[in-house]
Design a protein around this ligand. Structure first.
Ligand SMILES: Cc1cc2nc3c(=O)[nH]c(=O)nc-3n(C[C@H](O)[C@H](O)[C@H](O)COP(=O)(O)OP(=O)(O)OC[C@H]3O[C@@H](n4cnc5c(N)ncnc54)[C@H](O)[C@@H]3O)c2cc1C
Length: 305
């Protein structure tokens, strides 16, 4: 029998509201929840989610998104499971979005279960809602407080269709690759980041190759992510991740304040932009007014010199 997983991470995932959320989601998905928690919380989880299956996960508290994703993927691969959800927190969102990428299933952050029928997830820092239609296995994070609504008031079933099948690992995808990427971005001394100014996915791939050649982490602006040039867990900024490398190099990134929010702790910011008035230069220690793609190509030509 298939199930869905509730990641009962902490107080936010293991309280009265969470119990109500779990019951509602189970009704919506048409299958029971299995509760995953840290071993220390196993007894609490049994008490809180009476009657539901509880599984204690040794690496549950690992704050490294890559290790967390590894844990999720390792345990899910052999399960008949249709959804994995947890209370929204950035580490949970990072970890689950990586795991979702491995399985090739969608990831939805900030799901608003208590919102109007068509509004399922919050976007733009809670200023707007986006309706999503879910028709297969998915992962996501749920905004807190949703359990306050009654089952009757919650009508998102019009958006979320009956799940089809479970999680299946594609043979071509390896978690190690993702873990390496993320670890390198979190711990890299140098980060190369690409924005819309790169002009195409092909050019973004060049940047990725360049970052690899120079041992730099790879990051992106939101527009680069929205254009589908890279995975969304590479997004840096207000609604992405924060990085703090010694050197952050922004290629074709305008320097919107929402992007800067994620790089404030970088020691040095270098920027390559064709527009001498681009805001990024106000935040940069070193600026180059140039075509970013040409600069990347020149950097690639110098590899091995
Ligand atoms: C609530 C909210 C949250 C947001 N969160 C984030 C976030 O987390 N992260 C984020 O990044 N954004 C975020 N945004 C979006 C943000 O406001 C910007 O729209 C986004 O950062 C712009 O991305 P960009 O710099 O790649 O693109 P653009 O703003 O389009 O800038 C492209 C830049 O490339 C330059 N350029 C063009 N061609 C070239 C070339 N050949 N060589 C060099 N330079 C070139 C241009 O001069 C321009 O400066 C958020 C927005 C909102 C409203």
């Amino acid at each position: 029998m298939s199930a869905w997983i509730w990641m009962a991470a902490d107080d936010a995932g293991m309280n009265e509201m969470a119990v109500a959320q779990v019951a509602q989601i189970s009704a919506l998905l048409g299958c029971p929840a299995q509760i995953w928690c840290a071993p220390d919380f196993e007894a609490d989880a049994h008490a809180c989610f009476a009657g539901l299956s509880v599984k204690a996960m040794p690496q549950f508290w690992d704050p490294d998104p890559g290790s967390y994703a590894s844990m999720v993927v390792g345990h899910l691969a052999s399960l008949d499971c249709v959804a994995v959800l947890g209370p929204h927190a950035s580490w949970m969102a990072h970890g689950l979005s990586m795991a979702a990428a491995v399985f090739g299933v969608p990831f939805y952050s900030r799901i608003l279960l208590s919102h109007a029928p068509e509004c399922v997830r919050s976007i733009c820092a809670n200023r707007a809602c986006e309706s999503v239609r879910i028709s297969g296995p998915f992962m996501g994070t749920v905004m807190p407080g949703c359990g306050a609504v009654t089952a009757g008031a919650w009508h998102v079933s019009s958006c979320i269709g009956a799940p089809v099948g479970g999680f299946h690992l594609p043979e071509s995808m390896s978690l190690e690759m993702l873990v390496d990427d993320l670890v390198s971005l979190d711990r890299a001394n140098v980060v190369f980041a690409g924005g819309r100014g790169l002009g195409s996915r092909e050019n973004f791939d060049k940047l990725a190759h360049c970052a690899e050649c120079y041992g730099a982490g790879l990051a992106a602006s939101r527009l680069a992510v929205d254009l589908g040039w890279c995975r969304n867990d590479l997004q840096v900024g207000q609604t992405g991740r924060a990085v703090a490398p010694d050197i952050y190099v922004a290629f074709g990134i305008s320097g919107a304040i929402q992007h800067i929010a994620g790089i404030q702790n970088a020691r040095k910011i270098y920027a390559v932009n064709t527009d001498k008035n681009a805001p990024i230069f106000e935040f940069s220690d070193f600026g180059l007014i140039a075509d970013a793609v040409q600069v990347i190509e020149r950097l690639l030509n110098r590899v091995g010199e």
